[in-house]
Design a protein around this ligand. Sequence first.
Ligand code: NAP
Ligand code: 8YV
Length: 320
Amino acid sequence: MTKPVVLIPGSIYEHVVKRVDADFEMLRIDGADLKLLSDAQRSQIKGIASAIHLPNDFIRGLPSLEIIAHFGVGYDVIDAKFAGENNVMVCNTPDVLSEEVADTTIGLLLNTLRELPKAEAHIRNGDWVGKGNYRLTPLTMRNRTVGIYGLGRIGQEIAKRLEGFGVEIHYHTRTEKSGFSYKYHSTLLDMANAVDTLISIVPGTSATTKSINAEILKALGSDGVFINVGRGSVADEDALIEALQNKTIAAAGLDVFENEPDPRKDFFTLDNVSVLPHVASASVHTRNAMGDLQVDNLVNWFSGKAPISPVPETAHIATK
Ligand code: NAP
Ligand code: 8YV
């Protein structure tokens, strides 16, 4: 029996390549560009395994396409509504990365508050012996009130970990979640006024774009700390840089940026910012689990079973 043709456009984690190659007729091209495919190839492609932006005209140009399996829980690089309207299933990789991302978030928060990367540089570059002890950090986790913007799968894992630090926990989502003792705020501004530490772990959508703006940062206050592990698009970076320069807020910890992998240079020159290169889920353990889930969605689909993790916009599409 011939295997379904699965396209990998652009680069992807090697574990995914190996699995796609083993289970399907794999086709690889450098990017999501129809010009890189012959007419015959376009009509043969039934599935996509990708981690990059797929423009709508690319999806439209593949007449036999049934399913897109995305590497990542956030799928803002795919217009899933458009795919659904064109009967193309979209799957993402939720849950398997939630704990890793939550662990990294706590690490980034501690790095930001306690300046651990700078303290490590102090010993590595000889300043401990040359200049003496690293400074006492003005910021601490002690007595913080933390607001979590997005209490979904990852937000809940972050909250669980924060409980161990003895800090007060608040959250904002569009709908109040049952079964949590954390204080709910129906607006982001209301929460920003009530907390001094804001962790953003919402998806990148039209509703969240630049929602962390000058007003929210001002509400956070001069002791305020902003941590972004969700998507760079959620922060208004002009407003954030200004707030950090003027000390409207005290500090920020950023794993995600509007322009990746080449973020605004201000984030590297400001001394009240701790940065990471979008590594929240980046361990071999977790990336393997993400890759397996991505490919298992394709395996299920092409053996006539329901996909494991369809996104809500395409969950209505019937299994073949
Ligand atoms: P999830 O389970 O779908 O949770 C999303 C949460 O955000 C929900 O609580 C949702 O609650 C809330 N939300 C969505 N839109 C909102 C809005 N407009 N206003 C307020 N709250 C809103 O997703 P997840 O698995 O936790 O992942 C969240 C995001 O994290 C991903 O989409 C991705 O962008 C990001 N992420 C980043 C990394 C990284 O490496 N840095 C890794 C993994 C994930 P309501 O629906 O009630 O509003
Ligand atoms: C990955 C992520 O870095 O899952 C997500 O939404 O942002 C991260 O886990 C990314 O998806 C890899 O392409």
